[in-house]
Write a protein that binds this ligand. Structure first.
Ligand code: FAD
Length: 550
C-alpha cells in the first residue's frame, strides 16, 4: 500500500512494507487480523505487551528504545550502586516469545483521521529513514519528557534524570568533577565551584538522587579523593514549602531533618530562574530576591511535560487547550476512534467521574428534601468508593473513614446529609483526582488492564450485555480502569527508606530499606535483571562503588 505524508516542505511517498496478516475464524473463514500498533516500550507499553494474549491481533511495536528500563533504580545508576545494564530488559526477547514485531523508531506524527502514523528511525544523522505505518488500533504509551518550565539555560546546562543514558552521563560527570577538582594549581574557590552539586526539585527523584549522591561522597569519595572532599557541597532546591510534599507529613519532616543532619543544603521556597554555564540563579519566593551562585553540576528534576508528537496530536483532535492527553475511564482517547493512551502521556478525564457521582446522588435522592438519611448516604458513598477507588483514597487520606465523619464534614452534624453540601465537599476530590500520579505503578496497571480488555474483546463483542457498566447511555463492554495503590517508597540514603503503605501505614528507617530491597527486586521484570541487580547490591556492600569514569 502507498500512502502520503507531508514532511518538511515536500510530499513524500512511502510504501507500507507490512502486508495485513490473516487469521482463521471459528467457522474456518480467513479474515484480516486487526493491526494493533503500540508506541513505546516503557512501563505502560511493556506491561500491555506482556499481558496481551490474543492471537487475533497483529501487534507492531514502535519505540526508539529497544529495551524496557526499570526507572525506580535509575538514581542508583548515577553513582554506580547498580549498573545500567542490570536494570534494562531487551524488548526483542518478549517480541520473539509473543510473536510480535518491533521497529526501532520514533513516532513523529499521528494522523488519527487516516489511521496512520509517521515514524523516523532512531539514527539522528541525515540518513534517518522516514516511513509510515497504518493501524486499526493505536496504543499510545510514549511517556513524557522532562519539564523545564521554559527556564532559560536549563536545556543547555543541566542534566536530566529520565533515561539510562542520562544516569550514565551524570555518573561520568560526578567522577570527572572530582578528577578536575584534584588538578594541581587550583584555588580553593575553583575547587568549591567544581564540587558544588545542585539538585533542582524536591520530589521523589530529586530527593533520591541527592541521597544517593551524598552516600557516594561519604562512603566512597572520602576514601578516594580525601584531599578535595572538604570542598564538596550538595544543594537541593525546591520551589514549594517542603520536599516530598506528596508524602505523609511525618516522612517530609524526617527527610528534611535527615538532610540537614547530613549537611545537604536544603533550600525550600526557592525557584530557579536561570542557569548559565557557571551560575545558577534562584528567586526567593517570599521576598522576590534573586541570588546567583557558582556551581559545578546541576541535575534538573522538576516534573514532566508532554512530548511534541502528543501536543500536535492533541491539537488535531480538539484537545489543544488541555495540558495532558485526556482519555475516558476505559483509556480511550477522547475525541478520536480506536486510539488508547496510558501512562505518563495521558490522564483520565475526571469530569466524567464527577458527573457520575452527581448522577448517583440524584438517583438516591427522592427529590423533595435534597437530603439523605444516614443509611442511604452510607450506601451512596459505598457505591461511589467501589466505582472510584481514587475517591476512597482521598477520603482515607483526609481521615474521613467512617460515615459519621463524612456526615460531619459535609453537614456539621451527623444526622442526615444535605446532598448539595456533600457534593461541594466532594468537588475538592475533583481537584485532587484530576491526575493519577505519573508513576510506574499507574502505567503498568493501565497496561495490564488494557491487555486484559483486548484479550476478552471478541467474547465481549459477542455478548455486549456483560459484564457491568456505569454510564447512562448504552452498555459498555468493560469495567472502567481502577487504580490500586500499593504504597510508595522514598529512599533517603544511609540505608534508610521512608515507606507509605496502604492503610495510612508509615515506616521510616533501616527496616523499610530492607522492604524496599525486597519489593524492588521482586518487581524487576525478569530473573536475569533480578540476579544482576542483587549481585550489584552485594558487590557494592563488599567492594564499594566503582569510581572509574568509563
Ligand atoms: P515510559 O516508561 O517513560 O516509556 C515511554 C516509552 O515510549 C519509552 O520506551 C520511550 O522510548 C518511548 N517513546 C518516547 N517517545 C516516543 C515516540 N515518539 N514514539 C514511540 N515511542 C516513544 N514510578 C514509580 O511508580 N516508582 C518509582 O520508584 C519511580 N521512580 C522513578 C525514578 C526516575 C528517575 C524516573 C525518571 C521515574 C520514576 N518513576 C517511578 C516514574 C515512572 O518511571 C514513570 O511514571 C513511568 O515510566 C511511566 O511509564 P510510561 O510507559 O508512561 O512511560
Amino acid at each position: 500500500m502507498y500512502c502520503y505524508f507531508r514532511s518538511g516542505g515536500g510530499l513524500l511517498v512511502y510504501s507500507d512494507s507490512n502486508p495485513p496478516k490473516r487469521t482463521l475464524t471459528a467457522d474456518g473463514q480467513e479474515t484480516k487480523k486487526k493491526k494493533v500498533v503500540v508506541l513505546g516500550s516503557g512501563w505502560g507499553g511493556y506491561s500491555f505487551l506482556s499481558y496481551l494474549n490474543n492471537p487475533n491481533y497483529d501487534v507492531q511495536v514502535v519505540s526508539p528504545r529497544n529495551f524496557f528500563l526499570f526507572t525506580p533504580l535509575l538514581p542508583s545508576v548515577t553513582n554506580g550502586t547498580v549498573e545500567a545494564r542490570s536494570i534494562v530488559e531487551p524488548i526483542r526477547g518478549l517480541m520473539r516469545k509473543k510473536g510480535f514485531e518491533y521497529t526501532e523508531a520514533e513516532c513523529v506524527k499521528i494522523d488519527a483521521s487516516n489511521k496512520k502514523i509517521l515514524c523516523r528511525s532512531k539514527d539522528a544523522s541525515k540518513d534517518a529513514k522516514e516511513f509510515n505505518m497504518d493501524y486499526d488500533i493505536l496504543v499510545v504509551a510514549v511517556g513524557a519528557k522532562p519539564n523545564t518550565f521554559n527556564t532559560p539555560g536549563v536545556e543547555e546546562n543541566a542534566h536530566f534524570l529520565k533515561e539510562a543514558e542520562d544516569a550514565l552521563k551524570i555518573r561520568q560527570s560526578v567522577i570527572n568533577s572530582f578528577e578536575r577538582a584534584s588538578l594541581p594549581d587550583l584555588t580553593e574557590e575553583e575547587r568549591k565551584k567544581i564540587l558544588h552539586f545542585v539538585v533542582v526539585g524536591g520530589g521523589p527523584t530529586g530527593v533520591e538522587f541527592s541521597a544517593e549522591l551524598h552516600d557516594f561522597l561519604v562512603e566512597d569519595v572520602a576514601k578516594i579523593y580525601p584531599k578535595v572532599q572538604e570542598f564538596t557541597r550538595i544543594t537541593l532546591l525546591e520551589a514549594g514549602d517542603h520536599i516530598l510534599n506528596m508524602f505523609d507529613k511525618r516522612i517530609t519532616a524526617f527527610a528534611e531533618e535527615k538532610f540537614q543532619r547530613d549537611g545537604i543544603d536544603l533550600k525550600t521556597k526557592n525557584m530557579v530562574v536561570g542557569v548559565t554555564a557557571d551560575e545558577i540563579s534562584t528567586k526567593e519566593i517570599a521576598t522576590g530576591k534573586i541570588v546567583s551562585e557558582p556551581y559545578g553540576m546541576v541535575v534538573w528534576s522538576t516534573g514532566i511535560g508532554i512530548r511534541p508528537v502528543i501536543k500536535e496530536f492533541m491539537h488535531q483532535i480538539g484537545q489543544g487547550q488541555r495540558r495532558v492527553l485526556a482519555t475516558d475511564e476505559w483509556l480511550r482517547v477522547e475525541g478520536c476512534d480506536s486510539v488508547y493512551a496510558l501512562g505518563d502521556t495521558a490522564t483520565i478525564n475526571q469530569r466524567r467521574v464527577m458527573e457520575d457521582i452527581a448522577a448517583i446522588f440524584s438517583k438516591a435522592d427522592k427529590g423533595e428534601t435534597g437530603t439523605l438519611n444516614k443509611k442511604e448516604f452510607k450506601s451512596v458513598v459505598k457505591d461511589i468508593c467501589q466505582r472510584y477507588p481514587q475517591v476512597e483514597l482521598y477520603l482515607k487520606k483526609k481521615k474521613l473513614r467512617n460515615i459519621a465523619n463524612l456526615l460531619k464534614s459535609a453537614n456539621g452534624d451527623d444526622t442526615e446529609v444535605n446532598i448539595e453540601t456533600f457534593k461541594q465537599a466532594l468537588s475538592e476530590v475533583d481537584t485532587q483526582m484530576k491526575n493519577l500520579p505519573a508513576t510506574a505503578q499507574v502505567a503498568s496497571q493501565q497496561g495490564k488492564y488494557l491487555a486484559k480488555c483486548f484479550n476478552k474483546m471478541e467474547k465481549c463483542e459477542k455478548k455486549p450485555e456483560g459484564p457491568l457498566r456505569f454510564r447512562g447511555e448504552g452498555r459498555h463492554r468493560f469495567q472502567p480502569f481502577r487504580y490500586r495503590h500499593f504504597g510508595s517508597f522514598a529512599p533517603l540514603g544511609g540505608e534508610q527508606t521512608a515507606a507509605e503503605l496502604p492503610g495510612d501505614w508509615v515506616s521510616i528507617g533501616h527496616s523499610s530499606q530492607w522492604l524496599w530491597y525486597s519489593v524492588y527486586a521482586s518487581k524487576l521484570v525478569s530473573w536475569r535483571t533480578r540476579s544482576l541487580v542483587v549481585s550489584d547490591w552485594v558487590r557494592r556492600f563488599i567492594f564499594g562503588r566503582d569510581s572509574s569514569s568509563i
